[in-house]
Structures are given as structure tokens and as C-alpha cells.
Write a protein that binds this ligand. Structure first.
Ligand code: PEP
Ligand code: MG
Length: 582
């Protein structure tokens, strides 16, 4: 028997879990679109084909929409509502009809040209989110063309399989989930792609961004997908299979053990209580986060609502979403961050900028557009009557922005009082510390606010001057850079001097290797991605605060990130040996 050599490919871990199975190579049906000349008499028949295809496409999408709603809730189903909206876009449809009449060309030829124009614009966007949305438009286009050509959709396969694809659209991901999909592995996509978000919600292991997995795999090949490490093994050797099974067992055992502590306090062995909360973006995540044992929400990114819609969401729409979250988190708090669009989070209304990360973003937009700011603040304040809401301002660079924001908040409060609308009069107002200037003057800022939360995702990139999305310099993006650690120490001290609590909601808070250090530096609250929460709790519950202080003291003397990371790994391994570090 011919044995093939094992191939190991490394991508981005998008949804956890380890599985082995037979591959199903899903190659997208790329419609063949021929240019055909038609005559004036053919026009009615061509229009008929077009309209029939649009009606059919809408029916298909409605079905997918329902399926998504049943499986993972209505917020995620919005992706398909957006696709249905493209289908019923009167301007687009009129343009297509007019061109069929004027150019006397077949419907699919014109559909392809007109929708591709849209798509090209989106693909040129510097923003990953917009580029991902271009794939949604592609999905709609191919659906219409397929229906014009009256082809049948192939989305079923006979047996359990690991789906390997260049890219998966959200529709593919949901449709496949009706079959027994063991895992997904794709060439393209980042952690923010909707397919990645959906696979996490569907709890199907997946690795994305593998670049050329489709070139190395054929249908029927045996593969192992490791959604923890972001690896995929094609034709795994016996040794790899054994190791993977072992890892799988270890993860399962660890999950079981962690399950036991989910509802316990995040308290160190010597009795220091830590506030351990979660980061969310959608209201559907709240049940999961409660189950994971979070004490409320330390960062609710509200951009999701804005990124999904064509226009800004109304006060009522926001209020409805916020109220659900606040009620479900009760009695715990929900830290709602006001809009942080701009930078990498571009929505339809933001501008093209040479240097978006140093441009019009977060609080800068809100202060320039007080109506936008006030609408959101009204919705947040109204939601505060139903639970425990804290308001957090993003991208603060100095005291002036805080004072101006508080004036606007006071104006909104006074409007609400006049209208007899209740809200929490004691509502806490805090800021993200994610711009180096704010970090330097943290003591001044601490005197203006009720709390501070360190946003390491931005703070690190601004402090070391390294764009975290740029692969050429990504090795310089170092959370253990001594300057990052000294800055964090400085912020925490400044907060404590002025008796306010200091939290961290950037990804560093959810990195187990950083936990001992952050504890030792005196961080009061960790707000982390829900999936990692029990692990962080386990570490906190396994150590003495006094010991972590000593660890932090030692780290502050070290000169390079490599020394620091190594030192922290060794200590973590010694203190919490059950953890499985990647
Ligand atoms: C951060 O910058 O660390 C942060 C939490 O905010 P975001 O990732 O949304 O920019
Ligand atoms: Mg940020």
C-alpha cells in the first residue's frame, strides 16, 4: 500500500477542538458565464429568467436565515438579512434591467458585471471587515446566476467529513452544519470572518487562513484538525494520531476539571478576590458567558450593531439590544463601550484615511458628531434602569476629551430627567487606556473617572509603533516587551493612588502566560474572551497573590521579552501543571 507523507499546515485557530476524519474538498461552483447577444423579442423572456432567479434566491436565503435563527439566534442571522437586502435593492435591480434592455445581453452576463462592480469597491477597502463582506456579495451574485442557469445547489455529502475549502461563506457554514461536519479548514479568512464567528457559535472546530490547504488535500484524505493550535495534519502518521488523541483526551479532562470551578470565585489561595468578567459583541453570547462563570461583562463592544446595518441603528434598536444584555447579566455589571468605529473597524459612514489607526476613530468621531454620541448615550442610560450599567469611552488621549464627554453625558441625563425617563443616577463613567499619552497621564485621568480599563490590543501597537495587522512586522508586536509591562504597572499604580479600580480588556488579559504577571502587578479585573475564562480562573485560584507579586517584581527587572515570556512560562507550568500551554 502506498503511504503518503504527512503534511503539517499552520493557520489561525478559529474555533477550538481536535478531530480526525475524512476530508471533503468543497470547491465552489464557479458559474460559467457566457456573453450572449439577445434580440428585442427576447427581452421579456430574459426579464422573466432574472425575476424568477431573484425570487428563488430569496426563498433559499430565507430558508438559511430561519435555520440560522433556530441554531444560533437572530443577531447572527442578520448576515443573511443583509444578503436578502442586496437581492431586493431597487437601484441595483433597475440598473440590471436597464442594461439588459439597452445592451441586449443575457441576464447572467449583466448580473455578473453589475454586482462585480460593487464587489470590487469592497475588495479594495483597506479594512478586513469590508473585504470579508465582499465575499457575501459574491455569494449573492453566484446564487442569482446559478438560479438564472437553474442549477441545483450541492450542499450535502453522505458521511461525516472535515470540510476543506478555499473560503466558506456564512451560508455554506450554516448549510453544512445540517450534515455531520466534523471540522472546517480553509485557505482564507481571519478570526473576524463571519464563517469563523459562526463556527465558534456552532462549536465546530476550525482553522482558517491556511493559505493553500485546498492544494494539499483531496476528498477522502485523512486529516486531523487541531482548532487549539491552528494546525492541520494531512495523511497523519500513526505517531501524530496517537499524539492528537492524547491531546484531545488532555483537553477533555481539563475541560471537565475546569467545569467544576466555573461557578466558584476567582480568588487566590491567600484570599485576594479578582473580578473576572467577559468580553462580548453580540447579545446571543451572554448565556454562554454566564455559563462560563463570568462576573458580568467587562467590555461590550457595541460596534457590532453598527457594522451590521446599512444606516446607524436608532435609539430604540440600541436600547432593545442593550436591555437584553443588561437584564441577563444582572446582578453583575455590563461595561458598555461607546462606539469605537474607525481604525480597523470601518463602517459605511467612515472616511478613507491614509493612516486610519492614527486618524478619526473612537471618541474623536463621537465628539465631532454629538448627535450620534447622544443617541447611543440615551440608549445606554435608559438601559441602566434595568440593571448595572457602566459607560466606557474608547481611544481617550487626554483629559479634555473626558471633560467634554462628561458634559455631553450630563446634557443627555438632563434631557432624560425632563422627559421623566428613568436611568441610574449613579452610573459609573470610565475610559479605555489604550493610547500612550493617556497611559502617561493615567494619574490625572484617574481623578476624572470612576474606572480605567487597559486596552492592550491598541496600547501595544501604539507604544511599540507596530501595526498588528502587518505581517512584515508582526514579530515585533510583543505583549511582554518591557515597555508594555512598565506601562501597565504605571497605569495600575496611578489608578490605585486615586482609589479607582483598574481592569484590562485587551487580549493580553486572556493570555494564560500573562496571568501571573498581571495578578502580581495588582490588576483588579480581567475581562477576557469567554472561551478562555475558566482557564484564567483556574490560574487565579491556584496561586498565592504574594508569590505573583514577587514574580512581577522579577519581571520588571528583565530586559527582553524573550526572557520575560520564558520566565513566566516556567513559573506557570510549575504553579499550575494541569494547564495545556500551546
Ligand atoms: C483594545 O484595544 O485592547 C481593545 C480591547 O479594544 P479593541 O480591540 O476593540 O480595539
Ligand atoms: Mg482598542
Amino acid at each position: 500500500m502506498e503511504t503518503k507523507n504527512e503534511i503539517l499546515l499552520h493557520g489561525v485557530a478559529a474555533s477550538p477542538g481536535i478531530v480526525m476524519g475524512k476530508a471533503y474538498l468543497f470547491t465552489k461552483h464557479i458559474p460559467r458565464i457566457e456573453e450572449k447577444q439577445i434580440t428585442a423579442e427576447d427581452i421579456p423572456a430574459e426579464m422573466e429568467r432574472l425575476l424568477h432567479a431573484i425570487v428563488r434566491s430569496e426563498k433559499e436565503l430565507q430558508k438559511i436565515l430561519q435555520l440560522t435563527e433556530q441554531k444560533i439566534g437572530s443577531a447572527k442571522a442578520k448576515i443573511f438579512e443583509a444578503q436578502i437586502m442586496i437581492l431586493s435593492d431597487a437601484v441595483l435591480l433597475t440598473a440590471i434591467k436597464k442594461r439588459i434592455q439597452k445592451d441586449l445581453k443575457n441576464a447572467e452576463w449583466i448580473v455578473n458585471q453589475e454586482i462585480s462592480k460593487y464587489q470590487q469597491m469592497m475588495l479594495k477597502s483597506p479594512d478586513e471587515y469590508m473585504r470579508e463582506r465582499a465575499h457575501d456579495v459574491e455569494d449573492v451574485k453566484n446564487r442569482i446566476i446559478r438560479n438564472i442557469q437553474q442549477e441545483r445547489l450541492i450542499s450535502r455529502f453522505d458521511q461525516q467529513a472535515v470540510v476543506i475549502s478555499e473560503i466558506l461563506t456564512p451560508a455554506d457554514t450554516v448549510l453544512f452544519s445540517r450534515n455531520e461536519v466534523l471540522a472546517y479548514a480553509t485557505d482564507m479568512g481571519g478570526t473576524t470572518s463571519h464563517a469563523a464567528l459562526l463556527s465558534r457559535s456552532l462549536k465546530i472546530p476550525s482553522v482558517v487562513g491556511l493559505k493553500d490547504v485546498t492544494k494539499h488535500v483531496e476528498t477522502g484524505d485523512t486529516v486531523i484538525v487541531d482548532g487549539y493550535a491552528g494546525n492541520i495534519y494531512v495523511h497523519p502518521t500513526r505517531e501524530t494520531i496517537k499524539r492528537s488523541n492524547q491531546r484531545k483526551r488532555e483537553h477533555r479532562d481539563l475541560d471537565l476539571k475546569l467545569g467544576e470551578i466555573r461557578q466558584l470565585e476567582a480568588q487566590t489561595l491567600d484570599g485576594k478576590n479578582i473580578h473576572l468578567s467577559g468580553n462580548i459583541e453580540f447579545s446571543e453570547e451572554i448565556d454562554y458567558i454566564n455559563k462560563q462563570g463570568a462576573h458580568g461583562i467587562g467590555l461590550y463592544r457595541t460596534e457590532g450593531l453598527y457594522l451590521r446595518e446599512e444606516s446607524y441603528p436608532s435609539e430604540e434598536e440600541q436600547f432593545a439590544e442593550y436591555k437584553v444584555i443588561v437584564q441577563k447579566a444582572k446582578p453583575h455589571k455590563v461595561v458598555m463601550r461607546t462606539l469605537d468605529i474607525g481604525g480597523d473597524k470601518v463602517v459605511a459612514h467612515t472616511h478613507d484615511e491614509e493612516n486610519p489607526f492614527l486618524g478619526w476613530r473612537g471618541i474623536r468621531i463621537l465628539l465631532d458628531k454629538p448627535d450620534l454620541f447622544k443617541t447611543q448615550l440615551r440608549a445606554m442610560l435608559r438601559a441602566s434602569a434595568f440593571g448595572n450599567v457602566w459607560i466606557m469611552l474608547p481611544m481617550i488621549s487626554g483629559v479634555k476629551e473626558i471633560r467634554r464627554s462628561k458634559e455631553i453625558i450630563d446634557e443627555v441625563k438632563s434631557d432624560l430627567r425632563k422627559e421623566n425617563i428613568s436611568f441610574d443616577e449613579q452610573i459609573k463613567i470610565g475610559v479605555m487606556i489604550e493610547v500612550p499619552s493617556a497611559a502617561v497621564i493615567a494619574a490625572d485621568i484617574a481623578q476624572e473617572v470612576d474606572f480605567m480599563s487597559i486596552g492592550t490590543n491598541d496600547l501595544i501597537q501604539y507604544l511599540i509603533a507596530v501595526d498588528r495587522g502587518n505581517e512584515i512586522v508582526s514579530s515585533l508586536y510583543q505583549e511582554f516587551h518591557p515597555a508594555v509591562i512598565k506601562t501597565i504597572q504605571h497605569i495600575i499604580k496611578a489608578g490605585h493612588q486615586h482609589n479607582i479600580s483598574v481592569s484590562m480588556c485587551g487580549e493580553m488579559a486572556g493570555d494564560p502566560v500573562a496571568t501571573l504577571l498581571l495578578l502580581g502587578l495588582g490588576l483588579d479585573e480581567f475581562s477576557v474572551t469567554p472561551i478562555i475564562l475558566p482557564e484564567i480562573k483556574k490560574i487565579i485560584r491556584s496561586v498565592d497573590f504574594k508569590e505573583t507579586e514577587e514574580i512581577a517584581r522579577r519581571v520588571l527587572e528583565m530586559k527582553t521579552e524573550n526572557d520575560i515570556e520564558e520566565f513566566l512560562r516556567v513559573n506557570l507550568h510549575a504553579m499550575v501543571p494541569e494547564l495545556l500551554l500551546e
